[in-house]
Design a protein around this ligand. Sequence first.
Ligand code: SAM
Ligand code: SF4
Length: 355
Amino acid sequence: MIRERFLQILQAGERGEDLPSDDLVFLLATPDEEEAEALFRAADRVRQRSVGDEVHLRGIVEFSNICSQNCLYCGLRRDNHRLLRYRMTGEEIIASVKEVKARGLRTVVLQSGEDPWFTKERLSDLILRIKEETGLTITLSVGERSETEYRVWKKSGADRYLLKQETSSENLFAKLRPGRSLTERLDSLKALRRLGYEVGSGNMVGLPGQSEKDLIRDIQLFRESNFDMIGVGPFIPHPQTPLAKAAPGDLRLTLKVLAITRMVTRDTNLPATTASGVLNPEGRRKALLAGANVIMPDITPQKYREHYEIYPGKTKLDGGLDSVIRLISSLRRKVSQSPGYRRSLLESGKRSPCD
Ligand code: SAM
Ligand code: SF4
């Protein structure tokens, strides 16, 4: 039986009213299956009205697993000496990006550890070549770099940048990313916005030491920051990290954070994250039914893919493009043929559907 207050909050949320934090807590904290399902259905309706039935595919090329950072949660961290490190050559990267295009995708996500070998100039040359030879929309996800680098890469043709806040708790952030601070991260996100990137952020759900209040703060930060894309995924412990023995994030809690995020951010692009699919074979399907409208299939060459082990199980996910397309049509949704800019950017005229 769904409680009256729960229903009222859902209805207000669906109408687009600004829900106060008490209401967000009430939604997130529900222990009741029926209420959680009602939340997911409400988020799905908001998704349908705000961004439609199209699912945007972004092909991800993981071009280097070398990282100078030591994030406690991540298998690519500097101190994981068991990981076989690789860095794709320029030619290999270009060939993979062409593969993304050949498979009919309109956006490539270039992702890596914070690898200093890819200097401002080297990455800039690659971006120029990719634009010239493929015309694809380019998303960078290469970590925290200097404002000068962001500027040069934007000028060279990068369109989007993904940099998750990871958590909006300053203490937790500082513990989990030694030597870095949440303030610097948020400053980077602001700089990216100023420079004209479409900006993506996001969090991990179920980080050790994370409270329900922290998750509510994450959602509030998503709302205030007006991000264009937000990745909400569960934390998955990696055996070669200091968090090896921590419990994984809970899928249901992750879906609730995702659904509330859809409700409060309306037309933001929200991926059904790979981590949700790794945690549970039904994870991405459930996410697509709880507000998500993006999937990021992995197009990294097979010989490198297994070494991009952020968390275990990632390479075993049935993430082939065909299975992703089958999943989308099984939900009677459509694969988008556009580059997938956020709807409000298109309406404001800042982007054209043909960009
Ligand atoms: N180095 C860049 C950065 O940190 O932004 C991009 C690559 S990083 C591997 C991409 C994302 O992986 C991070 O933003 C983080 O949210 C996610 N990630 C890392 N370790 C994870 C884990 N153990 N479980 C779930 N997600 C994880
Ligand atoms: Fe490096 Fe990114 Fe992993 Fe941190 S999350 S260790 S910056 S790859």
